[in-house]
Design a protein around this ligand. Structure first.
Ligand code: 13P
Length: 253
């Protein structure tokens, strides 16, 4: 089955008002020449509205990097799924390893976010991935199993249609050391099998699974050519329009 490739830029806590607009404008311009690949950018919260204006009408979707799993309420400093929809977001990243490890987010909390995002009409990019210690202890499959099973608890096949998984091995994030295409393929195939057991094989077959972790223009094609690698979640290289667009082009195949 051929799944459309999906390339998303996670800008993390980078850019400012001016550079966010410039970066988004350059991505919009570059993507105008590219079809067949879905593209999204995920700026920091304060710049979502500005970037929404820039990408309006273009083939670049807007995503947020986080949300709080309640519609509204006394949650000082948090942002609700409905607010994200309100400012024009289509996607939201959930379960990023930086939030799991630096902010101690649990699988149960992440699962609440997945449900809240879907209930508000958002599409979810659910990140999973093992640390180096887990990989070296041969615990990769167990960890991916745990994060997927718990992160997708009570998610039906119908709901899965608005979920994208992102396999992001922690040891490859921001390190310049990407997973090899074979390592990525192995993890993605494992994830697809596992999701098949949870939500049914047909839904799992349609599921887009992105790879994330030091994706650059020079390694993107070999990763994206793997049969179960359906896109990329790009950190550092998404902050340079030329690099990000080169990765988008690599997705055309
Ligand atoms: P890098 O591409 O900077 O390694 O970051 C990957 C990532 O965490 C995307 O969410």
């Amino acid at each position: 089955m051929s799944r459309q490739k999906f390339i998303a830029g996670n800008w993390k806590m980078f850019t400012n008002a001016a550079s966010a607009e410039q970066l988004a404008a350059a991505v919009v311009k570059g993507v105008a020449k590219v079809d067949r690949v879905a593209v999204a950018v995920c700026p920091p919260f304060p710049y979502l509205e500005r970037v929404a204006q820039v990408v309006k009408g273009a083939a670049v979707a807007l995503g947020a990097q986080n949300l709080y799993p309640e519609k509204e309420g006394a949650f000082t400093g948090e942002v609700s799924p409905t607010m994200l929809v309100d400012v024009g977001c289509k996607h939201v990243i959930v379960g990023h390893s930086e939030r799991r490890h630096k902010l101690a987010e649990s699988n149960a909390f992440i699962n609440k976010k997945v449900h809240a995002a879907l209930a508000a009409g958002l599409h979810v990019i659910l990140c999973v991935g093992e640390t180096l210690a887990e990989r070296e202890a041969n615990a990769t499959d167990r960890l991916l199993d745990e994060q997927t099973t718990q992160g997708l608890a009570e998610i039906t096949a119908e709901m899965l249609a608005r979920v994208v998984l992102a396999y992001e091995p922690v040891w490859a994030i921001g390190t310049g050391r990407n997973a090899t295409p074979e390592q990525a393929q192995q993890a993605h195939a494992f994830l697809r099998r596992r999701v098949g057991e949870l939500c049914g094989a047909a839904a799992a077959e349609k599921l887009q699974i992105q790879y994330g972790g030091s994706v650059k223009p020079d390694n993107a094609a070999s990763l994206l050519h793997q049969p179960d690698v359906d896109g990329a979640l790009v950190g550092g290289a998404s902050l340079k329009a030329d690099d990000f667009l080169a990765i988008v082009r690599a997705g055309i195949g």
